[in-house]
Ligand binder design. Sequence first.
Ligand code: BG6
Ligand code: BG6
Ligand code: GLC
Ligand code: GLC
Length: 911
Amino acid sequence: MVTAVAQRLAAQRREINDTLARLSLSSENLQQVKDKMRVELERGLRKDSHSTASVKMLPSFVYRTPNGTERGKYLALDLGGTNFRVLVVKIRSGIRKSVRMYNKIYAIPLEIMQGTGEELFDHIVQCISDFLDYMGMKNTRLPLGFTFSFPCRQTGIDKGSLVSWTKGFKATDCEGNDVVEMLREAIKRRNEFDLDIVAVVNDTVGTMMTCAYEDPKCEIGLIAGTGSNVCYMEEMRNIEMVEGDEGQMCVNTEWGGFGENDCIEDIRTRFDREVDEGSLNNGKQRFEKMTSGMYLGEIVRQILIDLTRRGLLFRVPVPNREVQSCINDHVVQKLSDRLALLQVRAILQQLGLDSTCDDSIIVKEVCGTVSRRAAQLCGAGMAAIVDKIRENRGRNQMNITVGVDGTLYKLHPHFSRILKDTVKALAPQCDVEFVLSEDGSGKGAALITAVIDKYLYAMRLSDETLMDIMKRFRRELGNGLCSDTNPTATVKMLPTFVRSIPDGSEKGDFIALDLGGSAFRILRVKVSHEKKQTVQMESQIYDTPEDIIHGSGTRLFDHVAECLGDFMEKQNIKDKKLSVGFTFSFPCAQTKLNESYLLTWTKRFKASGVEGMDIVTLLNKAIKKRGVDIMAVVNDTVGTMMTCGFDDQRCEVGIIIGTGTNACYMEELRHIDLVEGDEGRMCINTEWGAFGDDGMLEDIRTEFDREIDRGSLNPGKQLFEKMVSGMYIGELVRLILVKMAKEGFLFEGRITPELLTKGKFETKHVSSIEKSKEGLTKAKDILGRLGMEPSADDCIAVQHICTIVSHRSANLIAATLGGILSRLKDNKGNPRLRTTVGIDGSLYKMHPQYARRLHKTVRRLVPESDVRFLLSESGSSKGAAMVTAVAYRLADHTPTPSCKSKHPMSMRDST
Ligand code: BG6
Ligand code: BG6
Ligand code: GLC
Ligand code: GLC
């Protein structure tokens, strides 16, 4: 009897051992797994075998690990592991190098994971919205790095179409679509905030970057969690799916798919097949289903069911399926630990499984075997990876670090040890260190975003910074107005002797000269005044060749006079004595309307012998006997304000965002120390282009701004203008492109001599590239004309760079304009400012997004204002004619010409 029982027990034991033996892998088995993995890695990399390879080797477009110079503030999403997280990551570089993170975990309910794609992305965006509210950051448009832990076919760092869902996700209408686009669309649908999605990264890549930030030897990222996967730095020359041979790129192996082509059927058991059949993705991710946390519990459960059915386990009572489904990876982890049998029994008891001592031993053995196999398989795979890297580098021996994350690795009592032992045994020529990622892959995603953003981060200005710049500029306005501080103020606040905008009574027949913008124009402006005031204009553009604007002043003014002679002849007004209004778009110290001393040339002009001189005298000398009378000199900002003031009486600010940039506005005379009198107002030409010439903007100037300045006609001067105006924007973009190409981030590192030539990339190109529909084609054309052959990704990157540079310009102008508006508001003493700003200039007019961005930022920076932005349709000359009309009327009342100079004329002086 006893022997019969003993025999039966021994037979049962043998059966159990046999069952588990199929899950125990010999060293030969493991060596074979390593070898087969190696074959699949190679097949995934090669073009001819890529489509049938089970290990997909997906390019990540991450070319390097961080080097500590990254900085900035980023948003990150981390989707696809146990938790969905939204994070803010603040990265500092230099001696204060650090990373600070704030995050919130959100649930993704099962019905959303397996609902429609739209529902899933709407849910994600809702979580972001909640997080931004929670952080008080709704209005800060941060760059975002998106950790998306599923296989994505990327064609750029910010483009990835989902190959197939894995793990527990199965939302419809996502596979084959670009996940960044889906996220963008969901953000648009919500229409509540804006984000700049800079990068999409796999969790393995994020993890590698997180760890590489601390340890530069880290060139591999491993996830052993819900899913299982590895990425590593591969040589570009081996990645046939991406063009280019130089340098390295991180490859997301997606090794979870290993075996999909039946190459590991010899070690798969019927339990593995059952798990596969019951999964969301039957036939797929076979390696993952043997190695990752999501499936370990399920394998164990299948074995326990089998043993129970065969009468080898849990004889009384037979557990039902519900109870069995309590066995998940946590249970497996716990039961794999060194526990006394009583403890094992207690755990099983909690799950409703009544076990004998023998049962406990068996369950524990099953858990141990299944997890041991998982760790060994990962180890064999890893051995293939490290040996591949070693061979890539032609080395006999190699030290390398693997950054690891995932609950299985972190929580399982033996997983990491078995994994390391296996790697050691199978790749003895590699010394592999495993470093746990403490901060998750979100940090790495933010670092990737920062690596991409390295050249541009300093050009993104937060509202906080813009507010600060607005305050600095307001201080400068005060300094320029006050006689004590004016000599050292950078913003010169030049009185214009224009005291009000047109009132509708102006009339006459005038000539206007418009010099200093992108075109030199001569116009005839007839202001008639029958029932209604009407203005008729005829104009002609004249060339101003480089040798003239850089030659002698005499030649320049002779040229102006010649063009004027030609114009008068064509207009048949040679013998008419007409008054001339001269829009001269440079900083001038005026003593009256028609006496104007050029302080310094700006923009493209540099004619000798003009600075410090009265330009009316110079022009009169050149005109000689031609019967014209220069009545008024106005800055283009003033002309623009007057042009717009003609249509809108509320206009009291004029700005130019063209070749150069500048603003004028109506200031209270009592605040203008440089002009006598306290009553009324006078238009002040701020000459804000020089803001920052005393170092005030050094904190926001970038290396590119400095380079522009060094190569300019007026180094050290007009530093604000050089960050924002049309003459410099194209060149700024060109310098960034050159630098990024030199570092291998663009154009595969190729640069043509044309791209290296100053001025070859123009601001009008920036405007066309930023057009939403045809922008990318334009980018290809424009770069093509410079001899470049940009890829689709290059074009996207170039568009991104253009956006950042032009957006910074609009933001900075919003800050200085904000300074003027807030001053106007205080001058008026009203709680709200209602005003109109007249604007002109090619950048503002031609750029597709500029005006909208400027208006939006101004409204944010000066919320207590209602500003109407009025585009000057007819240039500054109409306004100049208005000024001339008044000057003419005043001059008419003046008894003798000699008195003119004794009584400085200014508009409305006598009214
Ligand atoms: C987290 C990472 O720490 O680990 C995720 O931030 C990653 O990006 C996850 O997906 C993997 O582990 P698990 O166990 O959550 O799947
Ligand atoms: C024109 C004005 O419309 O704009 C000029 O008439 C002004 O006076 C010019 O200088 C500014 O823009 P840009 O782009 O030509 O420098
Ligand atoms: C799955 C995904 C993969 C991810 C891994 C770990 O294998 O396909 O992209 O890296 O899980 O989360
Ligand atoms: C430059 C000039 C300024 C002019 C501006 C716009 O900044 O110095 O006078 O208004 O360009 O043309």
